[in-house]
Design a binder for this molecule. Structure first.
Ligand SMILES: [Zn+2]
Length: 255
């Protein structure tokens, strides 16, 4: 039976998960993305081929409902199984009259994130929302050993409802944070980061702990003059467990 498709329109790309091997397309790599619009709110879409979308771009995307994922506003790209090499049929980035891809400017991006950052961890978790944006009042980073067993791998990397191929990583970057908005759960919260830039950095010297720890410098954690927000998202198997999709940061001087 043909599954029904529909379009999500005028959505802003807020963040991406790290790449996964997608079983149904012979292990090709796909990512999930968090997109948002005033009208529709936060949505999760996957799988997205590498290089198709960038943060802050504005897109229309043709999707269907998943068969095995009950998370709020979670969608599958329509017919990706057959159209992987022509995903432009289903993912359309808005372009200006000169044909350039459109994306939010820095100022608009900052204003949007500040506007959206009204969440706390408990506010998002208690209603099992798919995403939330938290302004932390305190934040610190640390590395956790990546336990090499299948249960751990599945739990950690089931973000996209697919299996991630990240056995190569000895450490997982994590964050402790405290919400600035009212929150009934115990602080600090501990979350794993799945922002892909962290893994791209660590893979350059994956067994060197000092090298891997520098991900937190790259994220400008606790560096003066930087403003941080956490885009959190839940995982399929445990919808009350959240990971950090992206550590959104702005340099105060720039804004
Ligand atoms: Zn909290």
């Amino acid at each position: 039976m043909e599954e029904q498709s529909f379009w999500l329109k005028d959505m802003i790309v807020l963040g991406h998960g790290a790449p996964n091997e997608v079983r149904k397309i012979k292990g090709a790599q796909g990512r999930c993305a968090c997109i948002w619009s005033e009208k529709t709110g936060y949505c999760r879409i996957n799988p997205i081929p590498h290089g198709y979308l960038y943060d802050w771009e504005i897109i229309d995307v043709e999707v269907r409902k998943p068969s095995n994922d009950g998370r709020e506003n979670t969608f599958i790209i329509y017919n990706y199984e057959n159209d992987w090499s022509k995903m432009y049929l289903h993912i359309k980035v808005h372009k200006d009259e000169k044909g350039n891809r459109m994306k939010l400017g820095r100022k608009d991006a900052v204003a949007l994130i500040r506007k959206l950052a009204t969440d706390s961890f408990s506010k998002v978790r208690d209603v099992k929302r798919s995403f939330g944006i938290i302004k932390p009042s305190r934040i610190s980073g640390f590395l956790e050993k990546n336990l090499d067993n299948s249960v751990q791998q599945t739990t950690l990397f089931d973000f996209d409802n697919l299996v991630m191929n990240q056995k190569d990583y000895k450490w997982i970057p994590c964050i402790h944070y405290t919400c600035s908005e009212p929150c009934i759960s115990k602080h600090p919260h501990k979350s794993k980061i799945v922002e892909w830039g962290c893994y791209q950095w660590m893979i350059k010297d994956p067994n060197n702990e000092a090298h891997c720890k520098k991900v937190f410098d790259n994220l400008r954690i606790n560096q003066e003059g930087w403003e941080h927000y956490l885009l959190i998202g839940n995982i399929r198997t445990y919808p009350k467990t959240y990971i950090i999709v992206k550590v959104i940061r702005f340099k105060n001087k720039e804004i």
